[in-house]
Ligand binder design. Sequence first.
Ligand code: ZN
Length: 376
Amino acid sequence: MKLTLQTQLLHPPDQVCVLEATTRAFNAAADWLAGEAFARKTANKIALQKLFYRTLRARFSLSAQMAVRCIAQVCEAYKRDKTKRPCFRPFAAIPYDQRLMSFKGLDRVSLLTISGRILVPFIMGSYQSERFTAAKGQFDLVRRKDGKWFLLVTVDLPDGTKIPATDFIGVDLGVANIATDSDGSRYSGASVEACRIRNHDLRRSLQKAAVGRKRRRLRPKNIRRKLKSIAGREARFRKDINHVISKSLVAKAKGTGRGIALEDLKGIRDRTRFRKAQRAKMGGWAFHQLRSFIEYKAKREGVELVLVDPKNTSRECPSCGHIDKANRPSQAEFRCVACGHTGHADVNAARNIRSRARALVNAPKVSERHFGLQAA
Ligand SMILES: [Zn+2]
């Protein structure tokens, strides 16, 4: 099983020019050489090197090692389909091997460019850092469409290796919406709430009746039985809803190769985002049930579950990061007082949960195995 890992380079602005110039030069050279190879109908590295090595170095300012890599790249592309002249876009990925690059410690890589070696800082997630050691020789330097630079490496993993999620569906649990996910889907609690209110009123009147009868020394057995059955009905109804929601969330996560992120529920009842009345409403058990359903279904389906710090998830602006109570003028509405970003409050909270999980999992981690990179 092949897996491609990517690591973002955190180059300072002045390195962009060098990276761009190097990529352009390499690809211009490759494109020109592809024409020569195609004209001569040869994909022979040694023959092409003999003929064009000097030209590549002089005309495209490639270093010796880059010229060699360039020739290899062209031969490989041409061999794949000899009926076509290979073309190289100006920002096609360019290959880097050990002679062109070396990792310096945990967070910097030295890259050979047309202006000599440059030291570029990079971000590596803990997951990548553990897998990079399995990387063989060649990395690719890639400029993405958004202008960010990445190093890509393809690693071989044993078949069936579980690939930890690097992206998550953030799930916000609430009252108006039992669950809201970071994709914007809301699982309404309206039907549950309607059932609860109906039963609550019924229960109240039955309880009153029971007290009244007690005073009149009548046995309230039938009333107690009735109360019990109402509680049972409500619990079954809530349980059904929780099953439906958890099943749907886990299926979506599995289908899209993501994990699920939830707030750490420890202390959720103390949270200020729930007013007293809401806290009473939540009761606690329903939330714990939904969470435990999500947990066991995720485990059964091999979907990763991550718990994140719930602090200010409903008050933080997902656009600019500003945290303010005033960002949430009403239960359903989010409006950032700093940048004006607006959205559904629960969806925003779910997005914050997602980004916290991503930050948690993809955070650079110092590990011993990471040091193996220096030897690679
Ligand atoms: Zn904002």
